[in-house]
Design a protein around this ligand. Structure first.
Ligand SMILES: [Zn+2]
Length: 334
């Protein structure tokens, strides 16, 4: 039985086909024209994923190759094609429209290009549904740094909500500022009726998960550092809030999968979903994540529960959820 059917946490810019990205990087002057594919590969696929400067450089480079409508469209189309080939039924692909305005696109243009790429891919590859999450960015040393851009992110997401966009996120570096500085922005999102998740308790301390709960998050991006304190874990369990867990992304290459809190969280009854995060940087796929989870003792029933948790937590409409439940039921009967 294949359980790897739903991904709720998948970044477009961290999941590009590298040969395509290299071609675009040259075309768009995002790298020195003498850069070889091997050198490009080494920058974006380099081993030390814990190096913050290198990590920022990789994301910047991937964003630099996604500054034109056709490039955002092609990248999204290709990603959906790949997910479809891997047997996924549904994915929420996220990106930050404010990171793609360097060459004249508006945030709305950027969001529309990604939505169009996903829509055309869904037409070409029936059997997969896609929702787009737009990310506010956590950068600078206070929320004021890019508050105007984040407000515009909320505005364009509201405009295209239900027309391809399904929700909001807060991504970037969660330790840059006081996390609760973003509360006024999420108050706007809540007032607009936009579902939202936020990266919390990934690189940051577990108390950020409490802050996210306080800010009304519908789901938590990662959230695994809630295990740092039993009181935080208790709050997560009491709220029954879905956690978008991305194990390979956290574990990276030099740590131990068995040491990751995912098993503990599942055993405690947390509403865990399993996701890729960044396919390139985490060097993974969703089927790979599920296979790795089996290797550390997570049962097939538990994996299926994670998949059902993902349907319940998805930001899609009720018709799509019904369709997903039916497809999972067909899977189960096979
Ligand atoms: Zn993420």
């Amino acid at each position: 039985m294949q359980t790897a059917r739903i991904d709720l946490h998948l970044h477009l810019d961290g999941s590009l086909n590298l040969a395509w990205a290299y071609k675009k990087a040259l075309l768009r002057n995002a790298v020195d024209p003498k850069t070889t594919f091997e050198e490009f590969y080494n920058i974006v696929y380099a081993n030390n994923l814990k190096d913050r400067a290198l990590s920022i450089r990789k994301f910047e480079l991937m964003c630099d190759v996604l500054q034109y409508r056709e490039d955002l469209y092609e990248a999204t189309f290709d990603l959906v094609h790949t997910l479809w080939e891997e047997g996924l039924f549904y994915a929420e692909i996220r990106f930050a429209s404010q990171q793609h305005t360097k060459c004249g696109l508006s945030q709305k243009d950027a969001l529309q290009a990604v939505i169009d790429g996903a829509a055309d891919a869904m037409d070409h590859f029936p059997g997969i549904r896609i929702g787009i999450i737009n990310c506010m960015m956590h950068k600078g040393d206070s929320a004021a740094f890019n508050e105007a851009e984040n407000r515009e992110t909320i505005r364009v997401t509201k405009e295209l909500l239900g027309k391809g966009a399904v929700g909001l996120d807060l991504a970037g570096f969660e330790n840059n500022t006081t996390f609760l500085d973003y509360a006024p922005l999420f108050a706007v999102a809540a007032a607009e009726g936009i579902p939202y998740t936020m990266h919390a308790g990934e690189m940051g301390i577990g108390t950020h998960v409490l802050d996210a709960l306080q800010m009304g998050a519908d789901r938590i991006g990662h959230g695994v550092n809630c295990v740092q304190d039993p009181k935080i874990l208790e709050a997560v369990l009491d709220a029954n809030i879905p956690l978008e867990v991305c194990v390979s992304s956290n574990v990276k290459r030099d740590l131990n999968y068995a040491a990751h809190p995912v098993r503990f969280l599942i055993d405690q009854g947390a509403k865990v979903t399993l996701n890729e995060d960044n396919r390139v940087f985490a060097r993974t796929t969703l089927p790979n994540e599920h296979a790795l989870m089996k290797m550390i003792g997570i049962t097939e029933d538990q994996l299926m529960q994670c998949t059902y948790n993902a349907v319940e937590a998805a930001f899609c409409d009720d018709d799509t959820k019904e369709w997903l439940y039916d497809r999972l039921e067909e899977d189960y009967l096979k």
